[in-house]
Design a protein around this ligand. Structure first.
Ligand code: DQA
Length: 142
């Protein structure tokens, strides 16, 4: 069984990016947490990040036939991208949307997500542990 964890724009800067908001953990720390979790759950993990929306759409499409569930932190595309929503609905895999921060206590433009109503579950405000919880929940569906 294979789970994909896909990360959107600017998440490569975690650690130095607005640490008062996102904390000091880097994307490498998140990847290590996800790899540990996947090993515990006995699943294969593909962990990717991109700043390019088309690349993200290609990766979502490629999960077809390769993955059994998808965990995504779409970052800013959460609030802007019909194209990413269309890609995840096209592949029709169980989708888990993760945000490090509690987007609902931030600016109003972060309160709407183009993905939440097509997601199996949404986690926000649990910091990087949200990725772990999403993987656990995804694996429990398999
Ligand atoms: C984020 C929240 C988004 O609003 C923001 O654009 C991000 C990160 C989070 O993980 O808290 O880049 O998805």
């Amino acid at each position: 069984k294979t789970l994909y964890v896909l990360n959107g724009p600017n998440l490569n800067l975690l650690g130095s990016r607005e640490p008062e908001t996102y904390g000091h953990d880097t994307l490498a720390t998140i990847e290590a947490l996800c790899r540990r979790t996947a090993a515990e759950l006995n699943v294969e993990l593909v962990f990717l990040q991109t700043n390019h929306e088309g690349q993200m759409i290609d990766w979502i499409q490629e999960t077809r036939g390769k993955a059994q569930a998808l965990v995504i932190n779409p970052a800013a595309w959460t609030h802007t991208s019909v194209a990413i929503r269309d890609a995840v609905t096209a592949v029709a895999l169980p989708l888990f949307e993760v945000h490090i921060t509690n987007v609902h206590k931030r600016e109003p433009f972060r309160h709407h997500s183009y993905l939440s109503d097509v997601a199996h579950g949404v986690i926000c405000g649990f910091g990087i542990q949200g990725y772990r919880y999403a993987l656990m929940q995804a694996a429990s569906l398999l």
